[in-house]
Design a protein around this ligand. Structure first.
Ligand SMILES: Nc1ncnc2c1ncn2[C@@H]1O[C@H](COP(=O)(O)OP(=O)(O)OP(=O)(O)O)[C@@H](O)[C@H]1O
Ligand SMILES: [Mg+2]
Length: 495
């Protein structure tokens, strides 16, 4: 595209001669002329000229005033000013005002054309620089907004760029990392860099994104890192896989504990059944009852484990039906406590405390029973040295409170929210010999939540724990909402 030049002069002879000179000597240039500063301003308003050439001395608005306006409206347009011979003061004022060059009268055509050419080149360069700056700014903004950590390490091993996601994931700020050797700024980098895959180009996906553990301020992060060569530097991108790893670990742990949990009762059932079947041993009535008791009890345990896994799956997939009705809280709790007494070790006493006149609670019968069973089961299980387990029911106005307290091993404060997480167990290696799938409290929390209630925990290690469940009381005005409990179960019943 032709470079457009505007020449401003009140001298009509010059206005004719200059464009001709330019056209003859420069290619791809279009020259427009006008004979006053105000007209020039009007044109500049709607046209972005490559270069403007103006006489200084003009009637009305002079070239210096025009220059000042151009600086305001088109700051990147170079302006050449024409001065008379010996007008030193004007020349100085023009340069101070930001003129690109001065052209002295009488005009030396070679000088004028050379100066104009330089101005056109300068404008072109200026334009390219700002385009590149804009492109760079856009790229930098993209890096600011990607979710992956991105950083650039030059061949001297110094970090040159560290995007906000990198800072957010690692907790290492830009100031702490940029300009420093990667090995000292990023903990563990020295061990990672020899093994991380660095591709020659972005398309090369071989072995990309391997996960590495990085210890940052006492936290272990699992980061998947990959690199791409980039001139005399390497760009690394990384992603935080810590949460995914934790879920994977939990799943692995769950499979290990669940299969252990299933195998133990199965072995007991198998052993009892085989003994009963043997014809070579005389089994008396008492032993027969005991062995059948083992089979019944262990089958019940198996069914409970399978039931927990099923309920957790139902909860996760949103398929669990909740059917709240007005229930007698004392009746439900009594059933749970009576059943628990049968199976609990003799050294553990299970008590139920409730005022005589309890309001009905709005809950799903089967789910409330499951919550209480899980809590009482835990209270018994984690009270290894005997002690008392108390189920208390209180009228709390708009809600009914069930609390299950024990005098067992307790739960350290920093684990008290985590115990409600799926598969979470304080003692996954079964060092205490107490098994479980880690689903019990997760199920409690989810069921209580879905019944519009709250579950919380107060515990001191070594002293015991109290799990508190608040569920909405049934509306008192409704006489029919007094305990009635007829409804089919939404999920498989234990045997
Ligand atoms: N009353 C309690 N006293 C001490 N620790 C407890 C108590 N209740 C739960 N915990 C801790 O919380 C963890 C999670 O409990 P949760 O009931 O979810 O799983 P679990 O009892 O291990 O297995 P299950 O799925 O068979 O119930 C337990 O492993 C135990 O470490
Ligand atoms: Mg449990």
């Amino acid at each position: 595209m032709a470079a457009r030049i505007l020449v401003v002069d009140d001298d009509s002879a010059l206005l004719d001669a200059l464009p001709e000179t330019v056209r003859l000597r420069l290619e791809d240039v279009e020259v427009e002329t006008c004979d006053s500063a105000p007209e020039a301003l009007a044109r500049i308003e709607s046209n972005d000229y490559e270069v403007i050439v103006s006489d200084i001395k003009m009637p009305g608005m002079d070239g210096l005033a025009l220059l000042a306006e151009i600086k305001q409206r088109r700051p990147s347009t170079p302006t050449l000013l024409i001065t008379g011979h010996g007008e030193r003061d004007l020349a100085v004022a023009a340069l101070r005002g930001g003129a690109h060059d001065l052209i002295q009268k009488p005009i030396d055509r070679d000088y004028f054309v050379a100066s104009l050419e330089r101005a056109i080149q300068l404008r072109e360069l200026d334009r390219r620089v700002s385009e590149q700056r804009e492109a760079l700014e856009r790229h930098a903004q993209v890096l600011d907004h990607v979710g992956d950590g991105v950083f650039l390490v030059d061949d001297g091993g110094v970090v040159q760029l560290w995007n906000p996601a990198a800072a957010a994931i690692t907790g290492l700020s830009q100031e702490a990392v940029v300009g420093r050797p990667a090995e000292s700024a990023i903990p563990g980098w020295g061990a990672i860099v020899p093994v991380v895959h660095v591709a020659a180009s972005p398309g090369d996906r071989d072995g990309a994104f391997e996960a590495f553990p990085v210890e940052l301020e006492g936290r272990e992060l699992w980061l998947s890192v990959s690199g791409v060569r980039f001139g005399d530097a390497t760009v690394y991108a990384f992603r935080d896989l810590t949460a995914e790893r934790a879920i994977d670990d939990l799943k692995r742990e769950f499979l290990a504990t669940a299969s252990h949990e299933l195998r133990t009762p199965l072995a007991a059932i198998y052993g009892a059944a085989m003994t009963l079947r043997r014809r070579d041993i005389e089994v008396n009535e008492e032993d027969r009852d005991r062995l059948l008791g083992v089979i019944a009890h262990e089958s019940d345990r198996l069914a409970r484990i399978v039931n927990e896994i099923l309920v957790a799956d139902y909860l996760d997939s949103g398929r669990l039906r909740i059917d709240p009705t007005g229930l007698d809280p004392v009746k439900t709790a009594t059933e749970v406590v009576n059943a628990a007494r049968v199976v609990a070790p003799e050294s553990i006493a299970i008590e139920l405390e409730a005022a005589a006149d309890m309001p009905a609670v709005t809950a799903d019968r089967e789910h409330l029973r499951q919550v209480l069973v899980n809590l009482v089961d835990n209270a018994v299980k984690y009270s290894p040295d005997g002690g008392r387990v108390t189920v208390r029911i209180e009228d709390r106005g708009p809600s009914v409170r069930f609390s299950v307290s024990d005098e067992g091993i307790g739960i350290p404060p920093n684990q008290q929210t985590r115990v409600f997480d799926k598969f979470y167990r304080l003692d996954p290696d079964l060092t205490r010999g107490v098994g479980g799938t880690g689903l019990g409290l997760y199920i409690c929390r989810e069921l209580v939540r879905r019944m519009s209630g709250r579950i919380s925990l107060v515990s001191s290690p070594g002293e015991g724990s109290t799990f508190v469940v608040d569920l909405p009381a049934a509306p008192r005005s409704d006489a029919s909402s007094r305990p009635h409990e007829i409804r089919a179960s939404a999920f498989p019943q234990p045997l």
